[in-house]
Write a protein that binds this ligand. Sequence first.
Ligand SMILES: Nc1nc(=O)c2c([nH]1)NC[C@@H]1CN(c3ccc(C(=O)N[C@@H](CCC(=O)O)C(=O)O)cc3)C=[N+]21
Length: 287
Amino acid sequence: MTTILDGKKLAKIINEETKNDVSQLTAAGIKPGIAVILVGDDEASQIYTRNKQRKAERLGMTSILKQFPASTEQQVIIDTVQSLNRDNTINAILVQSPLPAHISQSTVTEAIAPEKDVDGFHPINLGKLYANEPTHYPVACTPKGIMTMLDHYHIPIAGQRAVVVGRSILVGKPMAALLQNADATVTITNRQTQNLQSITKQADILVVATGTAHLITPEYVKPNSVIIDVGIEHDANGKLIGDVDFDRVADLTSAITPVPGGVGPMTIATLMQQTVELTKWSLENNG
Ligand SMILES: Nc1nc(=O)c2c([nH]1)NC[C@@H]1CN(c3ccc(C(=O)N[C@@H](CCC(=O)O)C(=O)O)cc3)C=[N+]21
């Protein structure tokens, strides 16, 4: 029997908890705040950003959007980040990717105060994750949400063989680190990996984050494995589809995430959850 890992349903539970946390903080005079910086007019980014803002407001947080045209100079974005770093009403800063080509993603990321880096992309936070530090630090929301999901569905990780297809800062690298920290045996693959099938076929847990629609077909899958699909592509009819050919693969698995309704809603719920965590951690650090 295949378990469908219902990210939409779990996200609702997480959002309820976040809402309660927010109202407790607000009652104590502290309202968590998130700022999103959006550069350019990428349509998908506009939609995600709007969804994030709506969610933050519904949960009772402060949410501000700083929107800039694609032609904006890098220094303007850096100045904006630095002013948000100093803004006491803002606990979380997110710079929506992708950025226009003339702006350096890493320079902008490194300008964000690590304690407000809700995406967990700052090298300091990535380093802490890689070192498995026993302290509080933000972690990329998609992989963190996936770990929440695996935990909620009681999927064992320690001792399991995990394969992560894709090595982005957004998903693949932090995903692999989280699985390693949870004592899985982890392989990360990339575009140049030879004979990908032979590697994915060994995976007890397969996380796919490539941006290639329906890359994963039955030949790539170990029977009774767990498959997490991070893909968000559109088919010819504009329907949202994943990196996994769900209809052909699902029956082979013990558990699998759907697209939509799997990883996506968990990413947003984790973003909100982590905004609250950053708010709480800042209180601990400031007495
Ligand atoms: N700095 C930064 N941080 C991000 O976390 C980030 C980013 N940039 N750039 C773009 C990607 C993409 N991303 C998604 C989040 C939620 C859904 C989501 O909720 N998807 C719904 C469906 C939405 C639809 O129908 O289009 C689902 O899968 O069910 C999708 C994609 C976050 N990203």
